[in-house]
Design a protein. Structure first.
Lengths: 116, 113
C-alpha cells in the first residue's frame, strides 16, 4: 500500500544534541509537511515543501530546519533541542496542482521525540 | 478572524449509543472540510472529506458528516459507537485559495462499555 513512513517511531536525544527525523512517501505527492504536536493539542505546522520550494511558518523557531533531497524523502533537523521541543512530530503529504486546492493530507504515524 | 472551532473538548458516550461531534468554521467562502481520527501514539487517519456536491458525506468506519452552509458547520456523526472508536477527533479546513490546513482543537472521545 502507498503510504507515509516515519522513522524512527521513538527518538530520545540529549538536551542540545542535534537530531534528525525522517519521512518517506510512496504516494508521489508533491507537497510534504512537518507538524509538531504536543499532548492534547492539535498539530502545529512547522513548514512544508511545495515541490522543491521550502515554505517556513512565521513562528517556527530557527532551531528547526528541513531538507527534501528528492520527491520521496523529507527530513526534519533540530539543531539544538530544548526540553520544550519534546513532542510528536508528524509528516504529511498531499497532491496539489496550480490553483486547485489540494487533495487530503496523508499522515505518517509520527515520531515521538523525548529530550533528556 | 478565520477559525475552526470544536466546542467539545471531551465527550463520553456508552457503547452502542449515537455520536455527534461538532465543528464550526468562519470563512467567507466554503473551504474544503475534513475529519481525522487519531488513536493514542498514532498519526492522523482521514475519516471523510467534503469538497462540494452532496452535503451528506459518508466516510470510513461507519462515520458520516453533514455540511450545513447556513450554520458554517460540518458535524461528524455515527449511529452506533464501538469501543474502538475511542480516540481524538480533529476537524480541519483548507481555506479558499490555500492548501494548508487549519485544525480545530480536537475532541477526545471516551466510550463506556
Amino acid at each position: 500500500d502507498a503510504m507515509v513512513i516515519q522513522n524512527p517511531r521513538y527518538q530520545v536525544t540529549q538536551f542540545g544534541k542535534p537530531v534528525t527525523l525522517s519521512c518517506s512517501q510512496t504516494l508521489n505527492h508533491n507537497v510534504m509537511y512537518w507538524y509538531q504536536q504536543k499532548s492534547s493539542q492539535a498539530p502545529k505546522l512547522l513548514f512544508h515543501y511545495y515541490d522543491k520550494d521550502f515554505n517556513n511558518e512565521a513562528d517556527t523557531p530557527d532551531n528547526f530546519q528541513s531538507r527534501r533531497p528528492n520527491t520521496s524523502f523529507c527530513f526534519l533537523d533540530i539543531r539544538s533541542p530544548g526540553l520544550g521541543d519534546a513532542a510528536m512530530y508528524l509528516c504529511a503529504t498531499s497532491r496539489t496542482s496550480g490553483t486547485e486546492r489540494s487533495q487530503p493530507q496523508h499522515f505518517g504515524d509520527g515520531t515521538r521525540l523525548s529530550i533528556l | 478572524a478565520q477559525s475552526v472551532t470544536q466546542p467539545d473538548i471531551h465527550i463520553t458516550v456508552s457503547e452502542g449509543a449515537s455520536l455527534e461531534l461538532r465543528c464550526n468554521y468562519s470563512y467567507g467562502a466554503t473551504p474544503y472540510l475534513f475529519w481525522y481520527v487519531q488513536s493514542p501514539g498514532q498519526g492522523l487517519q482521514l475519516l471523510l472529506k467534503y469538497f462540494s456536491g452532496d452535503t451528506l458525506v459518508q466516510g470510513i468506519k461507519g462515520f458520516e458528516a453533514e455540511f450545513k452552509r447556513s450554520q458554517s458547520s460540518f458535524n461528524l456523526r455515527k449511529p452506533s459507537v464501538h469501543w474502538s472508536d475511542a480516540a481524538e477527533y480533529f476537524c480541519a479546513v483548507a481555506p479558499p485559495g490555500t492548501y494548508k490546513y487549519i485544525f480545530g482543537t480536537g475532541t477526545r472521545l471516551k466510550v463506556l462499555a
